[in-house]
Design a protein around this ligand. Sequence first.
Ligand code: URA
Length: 307
Amino acid sequence: MASAAYRQLLDATIRHLESLQAQGVGFVPLKRDSLAALIAPVRTSSPAMPRTPTPPADRPSTSAPRAAAPVCVKSPASVAPAASPVRNVMPARSVLDPKARRAAFEELRQRALVCTRCPNLAASRTQVVFGVGNPEAELLFIGEAPGADEDLQGEPFVGAAGQLLTKIILAMGFTRDQIYIANILKCRPDTPGQTSGNRKPTPQEMATCIPYLEEQIDLIQPRVMVALGATAIEGLIGKTETGVTRLRGSWLDYRGIPLMPTYHPAYLLRNQSLSIKRLVWEDMLLVLERLGQPITPKQRGFFLKPA
Ligand code: URA
């Protein structure tokens, strides 16, 4: 008999494939070794075969590998849905080949760019803000939602908070195109009747949009993620009574990926104290350590009060 854990994993994989299918994903190429890993325990220990979702008539089958790659399914562990008990498993970074990853990423981007799942946001937005950076990045920053500048430029974190984030990224020794930046929401939250200002995404908007981010994460397979602010934390791990102040500085787990919660750069703009900047910087030092990046003594000392 296959173990209960394996069956749980398999069921989670099937549910995820079915949800991809419901979202319009036509087919899911699998590398031969991923497929072998998926079915091997059942083959050797149980006569039961994994169920393959039946595709609707107007869509190609999900069961066979294809040449083009709109979406790549990785190891079963890494495709577990957010609420699954099997999410604490490290995704294998090696499974996706770069060409398939880029093709899948582009297909996902095209799908997101024409999304109308939130009719009010689709009507009010200038453009969808999909994300920016390297789809093979080891480091992924996640913010809340596009603001006015991002909505106009189609790129996350380009306004005042974004310029501060860029400074943080540069101080860490990266450029924006070496890492990846995305948001929980891909559209700017509308503010009917107001000419300026932002609003927090609603739980429903977050739930509607998060599958795009989940697919992005599944494709990027970052080694480390940073959640910028309470909304990003909520979007990734669910609502918690614990605020950023208590959560920051310690690792959380997002489906096996180490997740560092920290303050949103907009909060840093509102609170210009050196000690808050230092806290964020300490979080970034933990990120660099986790990535195995060399840290200079100068970097270690950023935002420390002069003795
Ligand atoms: N704030 C965010 O959370 N995301 C952006 O893209 C810009 C500002």
